[in-house]
Unconditional design. Structure first.
Length: 367
């Protein structure tokens, strides 16, 4: 809950965070350029974007470590300028564990409750409960130097949740962990966020992690949100080649003679002379490309008459366990990547095969 400056508590407004027209400049450099974004009650929103695109800056503005040049930021409906940083009631987790080295795991977790002057018996009960939830029982009396990186990050998450914050901000919390531990903790964070229902703004540049965790993803580039939507919306309907490639693999074809009408679009693949017909693009630009995801490309017996089809040569087959990545060459030396299930037979390198896709699986995007 948020304490307003006059001492009253803003309980009437549901928890959440909102940015409206927020700008931040460092000298001549624009780090954030008119950001508007709402994180609703119980919602998990991820900022996904390349390094230096402004993700951490956006978190810093909510925390109060950075001040905006323009725009409004509100936590639970209260303008953050009216809230001292420690009144914002935010749980935070960073990539580097930032635990107190001279406090035990339990003491680290208890700290936010102690500074909020929670009575001792309640502190003990809440710490014990979250230690159990996070599976940290065996490490409770140890110091940060005596636990692993994954355990330290569990402690950091426990410490961020224990005081029931109005908002959870996480900046690459799993960035320093190996793949296996990341997967474990992703699962844990997802479970805890559903259980606690705290609005969460999460920063990562890992696409899989963003898709796994998020209700919505804000794709960030050069200080702007270039796309905002559910993982499915962004993956299935990218507006640009950049969006398509940032969130997954994409085959992109030069296209010409693009005609858009009544929600439909037709385009001719340059160099191949084949027309495809699909849904209208989200936005229209001077230069457009046709995009097909590798998992929608079929080979051999799976190619049907009603597909857009090509004769192709197999260039390379990479076995990846859960899938196979096949590089094909179309007429005109145009490359196409197909992703097959492990039991499918793509043919040996050098083999001539038929490949194709259903037009409604392709998209027309900004080049
Ligand atoms: N104090 C500062 N002075 C000048 N420039 C800054 C300052 N802090 C950040 N920047 C610049 O603002 C831009 C956005 O930085 P930010 O840390 O928000 O990016 P990010 O998307 O979180 O990147 P990463 O994924 O690498 O953490 C960067 O180009 C950075 O160099």
């Amino acid at each position: 809950m948020i304490t307003k400056r006059d001492g009253s508590v803003a309980q009437d407004v549901p928890p959440g965070l909102s940015y409206a027209g927020v700008c931040k400049r460092y000298g001549q450099f624009t780090a954030l350029d008119g950001i508007s974004l709402d994180v609703g009650p119980r919602e998990f929103v991820t900022l996904l974007g390349p390094s230096g695109s402004g993700k951490s800056t956006l978190l810093g503005l909510a925390v109060g470590s950075i001040e905006a040049d323009a725009g409004h930021i509100a936590i639970r409906g209260v303008d953050v300028r009216r809230l001292k940083p420690h009144d914002r009631n935010i749980g935070m987790v960073f990539q580097r564990y930032s635990l107190f080295p001279n406090k035990t795991v339990e003491e680290n977790i208890a700290y936010p409750l102690q500074i909020r002057k929670i009575p001792k018996p309640e502190v003990a009960a809440r710490v014990a409960a979250i230690v159990q939830t996070m599976g940290l029982g065996a490490q409770a009396a140890r110091y940060p130097a005596e636990i692993s990186g994954g355990q330290a990050q569990r402690v950091a998450v426990a410490r961020a949740l224990v005081f029931n914050p109005d908002l959870l901000l996480m900046d690459e919390p799993l960035g320093a962990l190996d793949k296996r531990l990341r997967a474990d903790l992703q699962q844990e964070i997802r479970r805890l966020q559903h259980e606690f229902g705290i609005p969460t703004l999460y920063v990562t540049h890992d696409q899989d992690e963003a898709m796994y965790l998020s209700d919505r993803i804000a794709l960030f580039n050069h200080g702007r949100i270039v796309a905002l939507g559910t993982p499915r919306e962004l993956y299935e309907n990218p507006a640009s080649a950049w969006e398509a490639s940032f969130l997954g693999d994409a085959n992109l074809f030069a296209a010409e003679d693009i005609r858009i009408s009544a929600g439909e679009c037709s385009a001719v693949l340059t160099g191949l002379g084949v027309a495809v017909r699909t849904q209208a693009p989200r936005t229209q630009h001077e230069h457009m490309q046709v995009m097909i995801r590798p998992e929608y490309v079929h080979i051999g017996d799976n190619v049907r008459d009603d597909m857009t089809r090509f004769k192709a040569r197999v260039i390379d087959v990479i076995y990846l366990g859960a899938r196979q990545r096949v590089t094909l060459e179309l007429p005109g030396a145009i490359r196409l990547i197909a992703e097959l299930r492990p039991w499918e037979t793509p043919g040996e390198p050098g083999a001539e095969v038929l490949c194709g896709w259903r037009d409604h699986h392709s998209r027309v995007v900004e080049a």
